[in-house]
Ligand binder design. Structure first.
Ligand SMILES: *[C@@H]1O[C@H](CO)[C@@H](O)[C@H](O)[C@H]1NC(C)=O
Ligand SMILES: *[C@@H]1O[C@H](CO)[C@@H](O)[C@H](O)[C@H]1NC(C)=O
Ligand SMILES: *[C@@H]1O[C@H](CO)[C@@H](O)[C@H](O)[C@H]1NC(C)=O
Ligand SMILES: *[C@@H]1O[C@H](CO)[C@@H](O)[C@H](O)[C@H]1NC(C)=O
Ligand SMILES: *[C@@H]1O[C@H](CO)[C@@H](O)[C@H](O)[C@H]1NC(C)=O
Ligand SMILES: *[C@@H]1O[C@H](CO)[C@@H](O)[C@H](O)[C@H]1NC(C)=O
Ligand SMILES: *[C@@H]1O[C@H](CO)[C@@H](O)[C@H](O)[C@H]1NC(C)=O
Ligand SMILES: *[C@@H]1O[C@H](CO)[C@@H](O)[C@H](O)[C@H]1NC(C)=O
Ligand SMILES: *[C@@H]1O[C@H](CO)[C@@H](O)[C@H](O)[C@H]1NC(C)=O
Ligand SMILES: *[C@@H]1O[C@H](CO)[C@@H](O)[C@H](O)[C@H]1NC(C)=O
Ligand SMILES: *[C@@H]1O[C@H](CO)[C@@H](O)[C@H](O)[C@H]1NC(C)=O
Ligand SMILES: *[C@@H]1O[C@H](CO)[C@@H](O)[C@H](O)[C@H]1NC(C)=O
Length: 474
């Protein structure tokens, strides 16, 4: 009996889920217009990172718990949520995760998010919270908290992006996908991983793409940060266009379907989705109410790190201008206040920093990391530079793109990645357009520190110190 039902389910849904139903133009006949969509909305958001998908640097305490005895080392610390569940086993993992889900984000957070002038939240969630892949150690259960979050968002008049942050095998190999395997995103290893991802999205569309969410769920992001340079981009494009069609077929709510840029150059998705370059006839379709999600950090390459605040400011002006020239509406859906990669475990448990050139990075050190999360150690210059870095992004993304979403709302101990702490420390303007230094893309600070790079500065400091030493010893 069961197999008969399964057969029927496959017959009815399979074609749509797996994209075989290409005869439609992807329009459900009973469409309900979302109360607001990305055409008439300017994003000012935060991501609830580290909540429904764990990230060690956001909540280190959950991971440091494994390093609690005298005979453990950092090597005993699970590196991601997958290993966290694997090491603890389902019962213990569930109990710890439930405690975390219950406490890390509460209704009060939504009240506060609203009170600091934000208008939406991006909520990362893993595929395993909808449908586990056979053999997964993951704990299912986060979906109830997502539902609470949507209720709270509605209460405080905030919009929600549901963001599928992890797919089977990992779309990027980063710990934030649930499964870390740096350099080896395994998502496309098996057809079943990709098919599983379609199924998960189908269940998301079926539930959250309905009338009851019309006031709140502004968009659904089909997959976060697929690492295009290491994936087969033809397959990524196929995934986007197929799941888009499924969204429009499945949903009655005409909300925004969000595509991360997959680390491709600006304009790439215009070519694929608007200009339809290189696209086979069968995949052509009408795309409406879509949004491209660009993420921008300047701390994950040595070149990016080795720049003065003046250079960082120029980068943002140029970057936002170029986004503004794209055809598909776009946001900067992740950015932060970071000017170094010093926050412990930012690059992953057990991984060093480019800033200090520690393993596995082989570059020359650019500076010292000590004190990055200790406010009393910050120099006036650090405070100013960070404030400018935040202001220029608010200014440029806010005026030249559909808006921005800061990563993230809160962390246990960072400064640069924690919206709330940045507000408390007066590095994040309040109100959000109350700028101290930046006026329309320009640094108006009369005491601008020079435009030389960090490394050059460090060298000069050393030279000056040496000269002083020589002078004082004479
Ligand atoms: C394709 O979708 C259309 C409309 O959504 C539906 O009428 C048709 O039965 C579907 N065909 C298949 C093979 O699923
Ligand atoms: C979809 O097809 C129907 C019937 O062919 C047409 O009326 C409708 O305008 C189309 N919708 C879009 C978005 O192309
Ligand atoms: C070392 O670890 C084991 C479990 O891994 C534990 O049983 C033992 O008590 C620990 N020893 C010390 C000295 O902490
Ligand atoms: C973990 O334990 C090792 C060995 O006791 C220690 O050297 C290391 O600093 C600890 N790591 C953290 C992050 O506390
Ligand atoms: C909300 O904001 C208030 C006032 O700034 C603060 O005291 C409180 O800790 C915040 N609560 C949460 C959960 O963010
Ligand atoms: C995917 O394939 C690569 C290369 O063979 C391998 O290193 C990796 O472990 C695989 N990952 C998964 C999740 O299957
Ligand atoms: C990428 O995927 C497409 C579609 O499955 C396939 O035709 C192509 O050969 C793949 N390219 C590479 C380099 O594997
Ligand atoms: C349109 O959406 C509704 C609600 O999600 C669903 O019940 C219905 O099957 C969809 N229609 C088609 C043709 O897919
Ligand atoms: C389209 O194909 C051309 C030539 O094969 C290639 O250079 C270009 O990058 C492709 N564009 C996209 C969007 O895939
Ligand atoms: C869906 O929303 C878009 C953007 O507002 C609009 O252009 C389109 O006509 C809507 N489609 C339907 C079928 O309501
Ligand atoms: C703007 O921010 C400054 C501190 O950065 C603060 O003193 C001032 O009160 C703020 N202005 C308004 C209108 O809130
Ligand atoms: C802001 O700067 C841009 C580019 O430099 C200029 O075109 C625009 O007029 C300026 N806007 C205001 C309000 O000064």
């Amino acid at each position: 009996m069961i197999w008969v039902i399964q057969l029927i389910i496959v017959a009815v849904f399979g074609a749509q889920v797996f994209g075989f139903n290409i005869s439609t133009n992807g329009t459900n006949s009973t469409i309900i217009q979302a109360s607001i969509n990305s055409d008439n909305f300017q994003y000012k958001g935060v991501a609830l990172g580290g909540w429904l998908v764990l990230e060690p640097y956001i909540t280190p305490s959950l991971f440091l718990a494994f390093n609690a005895t005298a005979n453990t080392t950092e090597a005993d610390i699970p590196i991601d949520e997958y290993r966290y569940c694997e090491v603890l086993g389902t019962t213990e993992a569930k109990s710890r995760l439930e405690a975390h889900w219950n406490s890390w984000i509460t209704e009060q957070d939504f009240a506060n998010i609203s009170s600091v002038g934000l208008n939406m939240v991006r909520i990362p969630v893993g595929y395993w919270s909808f449908l586990k892949y056979p053999g997964d150690p993951y704990v299912k259960g986060a979906q109830n908290y997502l539902d609470d979050a949507i209720d709270w968002a509605k209460k405080y008049d905030l919009k929600v992006w549901i963001d599928l942050h992890g797919v089977p095998g990992s779309q990027n190999g980063f710990d934030n996908s649930g499964y870390r395997d740096i350099g080896y995103p395994g998502w496309q290893n098996k057809t079943s991983y990709v098919e599983h991802s379609y199924e998960v999205l189908h269940s998301i569309y079926s539930k959250y793409g309905t009338e009851s969410y019309r006031d709140t769920v502004i968009g659904i992001e089909v997959v976060n940060e697929p690492l295009g340079p290491l994936l087969n981009m033809t397959m990524v494009e196929q995934f986007y266009t197929t799941t888009y069609k499924d969204a429009r077929n499945t949903q009655t709510l005409n909300n925004t379907i969000v595509f991360h840029d997959a680390f491709q150059a600006l304009g790439y998705w215009d070519d694929v989705l608007v200009n339809k370059k290189n696209m086979t006839t069968s995949r052509r379709s009408q795309y409406y109410n879509i949004l491209v999600d660009h993420h921008h950090y300047e701390v994950f390459t040595v070149d990016g790190l080795n720049q003065s605040i003046g250079q960082h400011i120029t980068n943002i002006v140029n970057y936002a201008t170029d986004i503004g020239k794209e055809s598909i509406p776009a946001v900067v859906g992740e950015w932060s206040g970071a000017l170094t990669d010093c926050t412990p475990w930012l690059n992953g448990v057990g991984i060093g920093t480019r800033w200090e050139g520690t393993s596995p990075y082989k570059n020359k050190a650019l500076g010292k990391c000590a004190g990055v999360n200790n406010w009393s150690k910050w120099l006036l210059k650090d405070k100013k530079d960070h404030r400018k870095w935040i202001e220029i992004q608010l200014d440029q993304y806010g005026s030249k793109t559909k808006g921005w979403i800061f990563w993230c709302w809160k962390t246990e101990s960072t400064i640069e990645w924690d919206f709330q702490r940045l507000v408390q420390l007066d590095l994040m303007p309040q109100p959000l357009d109350n700028f101290t230094y930046i006026k329309n893309g320009t640094d108006t600070d009369p005491h601008k520190s020079g435009s030389i790079s960090r490394a050059a500065q460090l060298k000069w400091n050393l030279v000056i110190t040496a000269v002083l030493l020589v002078v004082s010893s004479v």
